[in-house]
Design a protein around this ligand. Structure first.
Ligand SMILES: [Zn+2]
Ligand SMILES: [Zn+2]
Length: 274
């Protein structure tokens, strides 16, 4: 494990994570990492199970800021937030924002697209006449607007809608409708934000062979001048910096010459060696 690794996508007990802020820092140090950013889910009124409440938000901010001071010089801690598309409340004074879409609003209803495989099949049948391409189009149309909505610095899990589509189990990810919808969202986002995370969360949780975005989409992102930063979207210590070595090779193979890293002076380029 390379000691320079950083992941800015970390969840704790303030939302759907399993450990405290400090426990995650200690685990990251044990794993030989040098930096961690915290990114609890912002308040989503219609889906309170996984998001942090507005009341808890200042407590979270205070906790992370204290840890930032405590570990200063030893380990870099950053304060972020994973801001959902459907959030009204975003506090100021954050080090960065990750923008994400977990739901779509379609025909008057909020629909979660980030569920189990069974749930994804169910919502597709229930709301999109069983057509995964229609579901994906609505997801990417929503995501296309993520920067306008959240003012994010980093785009989260770009192709989340393909979470359960390993080996094209649900749909053909080279189908023109799917590719067109994904690339239109990418182009729209790139007008305002260049930085996308390469997220290994589902590689850890589901054993998926590829990160978000997939290699195909990473190549397209590289061609279009996008930038990447690695993240493990960790909800537990075991997943911190998960498969970063392997994914860095993939990022390089997709054409990227450097990845981004957050420092006290902002985002910098870190060349991919060898
Ligand atoms: Zn997320
Ligand atoms: Zn997350």
């Amino acid at each position: 494990m390379n000691s320079s690794y950083q992941s800015l996508h970390t969840h704790t007990l303030y939302c759907d994570g399993t450990k405290s802020v400090e426990d995650m820092i200690k685990a990251a140090i044990e794993k030989g990492g040098s930096s961690l950013g915290f990114s609890e889910h912002s308040d989503v009124l219609f889906d309170p199970d996984y998001s942090m409440t507005i009341e808890d938000t200042p407590v979270y901010i205070d906790d992370v800021r204290k840890m930032q001071k405590k570990y200063d010089g030893e380990f870099d801690v950053f304060l972020g937030l994973e801001v959902d598309y459907f959030t009204d409340y975003v506090p100021s004074d954050l080090d960065y924002i990750i923008g994400s879409v977990h739901h779509v609003f379609y025909k008057g209803e909020f629909i979660t697209v980030d569920g189990s495989a069974g749930h994804v099949k169910f919502i597709t049948k229930e709301h999109f006449k069983g057509n995964f391409y229609k579901m994906a189009e609505v997801y990417y149309e929503t995501l296309a607007d993520i920067i306008n909505k959240t003012n994010a610095d980093i785009v989260a899990h770009f192709d989340l809608v393909a979470k359960h589509n390993v080996d094209n189990k649900l749909f053909d990810d080279k189908n023109h409708r799917y590719v067109k919808a994904a690339l239109a969202a990418m182009d729209s986002i790139l007008e305002k934000c260049k930085l996308f995370e390469v997220n290994t969360g589902a590689m850890f949780r589901l054993g998926n062979p590829e990160p978000y975005p997939s290699a195909f989409l990473l190549k397209e992102l590289c061609k279009r001048g996008g930038e990447v930063i690695l993240s493990s979207d960790s909800h537990k210590p075991e997943s911190l910096y998960y498969k970063f070595d392997e994914v860095l090779e993939l990022v390089k193979a997709c054409g990227f010459k450097h990845i981004k890293r957050l420092t006290k002076d902002g985002f910098i380029d870190v060349p991919i060696n060898n």
